[in-house]
Design a protein around this ligand. Structure first.
Ligand code: OGA
Ligand code: MN
Length: 209
């Protein structure tokens, strides 16, 4: 488990701002292992990511053109990452009373040229996704590689541009922050996930995978 100072930072930043950016949340050797592991997953096991929820899901490569693969706890190091995020879930529940019930996440691979246009991960009252997490796996990311995560504020202003550097964790309220991934000029690997509430809201169940 990452050191407690990280956990305190996450709690403090989340309660002040609704988002947080934590460099070196994962130790480099473990992030490197996840990177190697994801790189070794053959391409037929990745799927084109969908846009929208449930019945409205479509493949729209004008909006996003990354490829994804969901993690399960059947294999190392996926299970180790899930265990870390579960500890974070329990910590957040204890400190912030968020009532987070579970966590789901997928690897995302942005081949060179890929992007994900401005979007929200959840719409108020229409999803049980409460917090989004993104963990970056590439090392030595340079500005000219692009692929930054841009987080926007309520008036459309840029709040943060995050370099997708190995070990950095980003967490934000899923229904509050519009965000986008700028075109990446290098293979970009990350793990995107969601802490969820245990509720199907107004009969709308989260999308099947
Ligand atoms: C997503 C997403 C951000 C990133 O997968 O929904 O917004 O930086 N990812 O990879
Ligand atoms: Mn998103």
């Amino acid at each position: 488990m990452p050191a407690t100072p990280h956990l305190d930072d996450i709690v403090n930043q989340l309660s002040d701002d609704g988002y947080c950016i934590i460099p070196n949340f994962l130790q480099a050797p473990f992030a490197a292992r996840l990177h190697q592991y994801a790189n070794a997953i053959p391409s037929q096991f990745w799927s084109t990511a969908a846009v929208g929820r449930a019945q409205q899901q479509t493949i729209n490569t004008m909006v996003r053109n990354d490829r994804i693969r969901w993690l399960t706890d059947e294999h190392e190091p996926e299970s180790a990452y899930l265990a870390i995020m579960d500890e974070l879930r329990i910590w957040l529940n204890r400190q912030l009373f968020l009532g987070l019930f579970d966590y789901e996440c997928h690897f995302a691979h942005y081949p060179s040229g890929a992007f994900y246009k401005k979007h929200l991960d959840a719409f108020k009252g229409r999803s049980n996704r409460r917090l989004t997490t993104v963990m970056y796996l590439n090392e030595n990311w340079q500005d000219e590689h692009g692929g930054q995560l841009v987080i926007y504020g309520e008036r459309g202003q840029v709040l943060k541009q995050v370099k997708p550097e190995r070990g950095t964790l980003v967490v934000f309220l899923s229904d509050k922050f519009v965000h986008e991934v700028l075109p990446s000029f290098r293979d970009r690997l990350s793990i995107t996930g969601w802490f969820r509430l245990n509720a199907s809201i107004s009969g709308i169940v989260d999308p099947p995978r």
